[in-house]
Design a protein around this ligand. Structure first.
Ligand code: B12
Ligand code: SF4
Length: 436
C-alpha cells in the first residue's frame, strides 16, 4: 500500500493536548450552557463502563454538558409549545456535541458523540435501548443532583436542561465532583402535577405508568396503536377504538417527531436560582398559573387496565378521560421478563399481598429464581430460596407467550408446559401486580 496516493498524501496529525479549562472554553463556545468532566475509572461510572467502551473503546474521559430549555414554553398548557422546546433543545444538544467533536478532531483529539436520546438501539427493545445513562453522569460531573421527580436539577437552571455527553480519548487534568447539596426543594409539586401518579413523595418512580402515558406516541404506544388497526377489522371498528384526534396526533408525532403527553413534573418544578423567582414571590399565584391549569386540563390519560395509574387518575383527576391501553412493555425473552419486573411492578395492586414464588424455567432459557412480593415491593433472587407459596415449573418460551397474552393459562397447563405446585390463586395474585 506504500505507494497508494492516499498513503503517500497522509500527514500524521500531531495531537495538541487540551487542558480542562481550555476544554471547558471550547464546549461553552460550541453552545453548551454548562459542562463537567468525569474520568472513565470513576466509581460512579461502574455500571456504564462496559457500554461506554462498546461505543468508543479509546474512551478515557466523559464530557457531560447541558443545554438550557426556555422555561415558559415547557410550563405552558399548550403541550405542542412544550414539545417544540424539548425537540429544539434536543437537536441543539446533538449539534453542540457534533461541533465539539469536530473542534477536537482539528486538534488531533479523537472523541465520539452518542445521541442525547433518540435514535436509540431499538434492536435491543424492550431491553435497555439507550446507551449511556446521562443523569448519573451529570451528577458525577457536578452539574446538579436528582430531584424527587428523578430528573437532574442544575443549581442555576433548575430542571430546564437537557443533557449531552461526549466520549473523549484523552485524560483531562481536572474533573467535576458531585454538588454538595440537592437543589430539589422537596415541594412535591411534581408529585401533585403528574396525571398518572408516577412520582411518589418518597422519590419512588413508577416507570411503567409514566411510560404508558407520556410515551403513548413512542415505541410501545405506537406498537399498541398498530395492533389496534390490525384488530379493528373495518374503518368503523377502528373508530370505536381510536378517536379521530388520536389518529391525527399519531400522524403529527410520526411527521414532526414523537410528542410527549405530559412532562408536567418538569413543567412545575420551581427549583434553580434563575427559575425560583415567581415561586418565591407569590406561591399562590405560582400554583394558580403553573400547576392548577395542568391539573385541571381536560385530556386523555393513557393507563394499563387495573394499574395503579388508573386508580390514581380516576380518583385525583375525575375530569380527565381515562383511556385503557397496552403499554407495549412486554418481554420477548426470559432475560427481559426478569429485568423488567421491578419497572412494571404496581405497589398499589399488590396491596397487602405477601408471597414467595419459586420459578424453575427450562428450555431455550433456563434458570431457577425466587420472586418475593412483600410490603408493596418486589424482589428477585437467583436460586430457590426459603419456603414458597407457589412453585412454577415452566418452559421459558411458553411462559413468555403467556406473559405476552399469546397463549392462555389453560393451553400452558394442557400442553404440560407449565406445572404448578400450590394454589393457582397465587399465580392470579402475581399477575395482578404486573398489568401490561
Ligand atoms: C429511559 C428514559 C426515560 C424513561 C425513564 C425515566 C427515568 N426516570 O429514568 C421514561 C420513558 C419514563 C422517561 C421519561 C422522561 N424523560 Co427521559 N430519559 C430516559 C433515558 C433514555 C435514560 C434514563 C436513565 O438513565 N435511567 C436509568 C437511571 C439512571 O434512572 P433511574 O430513575 O434510576 O431508572 C429508572 C428507569 O430508567 C427505569 N429503568 C432503568 N433501567 C431499565 C431497564 C429496562 C429494561 C426498563 C424497562 C426500565 C429501566 O427504571 C428505573 C426506576 O424507575 C435518558 C437519556 C439518557 N441516555 O440518559 C432520558 C432523560 C432522563 N429523559 C429526560 C426527560 C426530559 C424526560 C421527560 C421529561 C420526557 C418528556 N419530555 O416528557 C420524562 C420525565 C419522567 C421522569 N420524571 O423521570 C432527560 C432528563 C433531563 C433532566 N433535566 O434530567 C434525559 C436525561 C434526556 C436528555 N438527554 O436530557 N425517560
Ligand atoms: S417539583 Fe419540587 S419536589 Fe419535585 S423535583 Fe422539583 S423541587 Fe423537587
Amino acid at each position: 500500500m506504500q505507494n497508494h496516493p492516499t498513503v503517500s498524501a497522509h500527514r500524521p496529525q500531531p495531537v495538541q493536548p487540551i487542558s480542562a479549562s481550555e476544554l471547558r472554553g471550547l464546549c461553552l463556545e460550541a453552545g453548551a450552557d454548562d459542562v463537567g468532566f468525569v474520568a472513565l475509572d470513576r466509581a460512579e461510572l461502574e455500571p456504564e463502563r462496559q457500554e461506554i467502551l462498546r461505543l468508543f473503546p479509546s474512551t478515557r474521559t466523559l464530557i457531560c454538558f447541558l443545554c438550557r430549555m426556555n422555561v415558559e414554553p415547557v410550563r405552558s398548557l399548550a403541550r405542542n409549545a412544550a414539545n417544540q422546546e424539548f425537540h429544539s433543545t434536543g437537536d441543539e444538544v446533538n449539534q453542540v456535541a457534533r461541533r465539539i467533536v469536530r473542534k477536537l478532531a482539528e486538534r488531533g483529539i479523537r472523541s465520539m458523540n452518542p445521541p442525547m436520546a433518540f435514535p436509540m438501539e431499538m434492536d435491543r427493545f424492550p431491553g435497555k435501548v439507550w446507551s449511556i445513562s446521562l443523569k448519573p453522569l451529570a451528577v458525577a460531573a457536578g452539574l446538579g443532583r436528582i430531584g424527587i421527580h428523578r430528573n437532574l436539577i442544575h443549581p442555576r437552571f433548575g430542571n430546564f436542561v437537557l443533557i449531552g455527553c461526549i466520549l473523549l480519548a484523552q485524560e483531562v487534568d481536572s474533573q467535576g465532583t458531585a454538588l454538595d447539596y440537592n437543589p430539589c426543594l422537596e415541594c412535591k409539586l411534581c408529585v401533585a402535577a403528574c396525571p398518572v401518579g408516577a412520582i411518589s413523595p418518597d422519590g419512588r418512580f413508577d416507570f411503567g405508568s409514566c411510560y404508558t402515558h407520556n410515551y403513548r406516541e413512542f415505541m410501545g404506544g405506537f406498537t399498541d396503536w398498530v395492533e389496534n388497526i390490525a384488530a379493528s377489522g373495518s374503518a368503523t371498528g377502528y373508530r370505536q377504538k381510536v378517536e379521530d384526534s388520536e389518529s391525527a396526533s399519531m400522524w403529527q408525532s410520526l411527521s414532526y417527531g414523537a410528542n410527549y403527553k405530559a412532562a408536567y413534573c418538569l413543567a412545575v418544578c420551581p427549583a434553580g436560582e434563575d427559575v425560583i423567582g415567581p415561586f418565591l414571590a407569590d406561591r399562590a399565584n405560582f400554583l394558580g398559573e403553573v400547576v392548577r391549569p395542568l391539573q385541571r386540563k381536560v385530556e386523555n390519560v393513557y393507563v394499563r387496565a387495573d394499574s395503579d395509574a388508573e386508580a390514581y387518575a380516576k380518583k385525583r383527576f375525575p375530569h380527565k378521560k381515562i383511556r385503557r391501553v397496552q403499554s407495549g412493555l412486554r418481554p420477548t425473552t426470559l432475560a427481559n421478563f426478569l429485568s423488567a419486573l421491578a419497572h412494571v411492578f404496581q405497589p398499589g395492586q399488590a396491596g397487602n399481598l405477601q408471597a414467595t414464588y419459586h420459578f424453575c424455567f427450562y428450555g431455550a432459557e433456563s434458570g431457577e429464581y425466587t420472586i418475593v412480593i412483600e410490603n408493596q415491593a418486589v424482589r428477585l433472587e437467583a436460586g430457590l430460596l426459603g419456603a414458597c407459596n407457589l412453585r412454577v415449573r415452566t418452559d421459558s418460551q411458553a411462559w413468555i407467550r403467556f406473559v405476552r397474552k399469546e397463549w392462555s393459562l389453560a393451553r400452558l397447563l394442557l400442553t404440560g408446559k407449565l406445572r404448578l405446585k400450590g394454589n393457582p390463586r397465587w399465580l392470579v395474585a402475581f399477575g395482578r401486580c404486573f398489568p401490561s
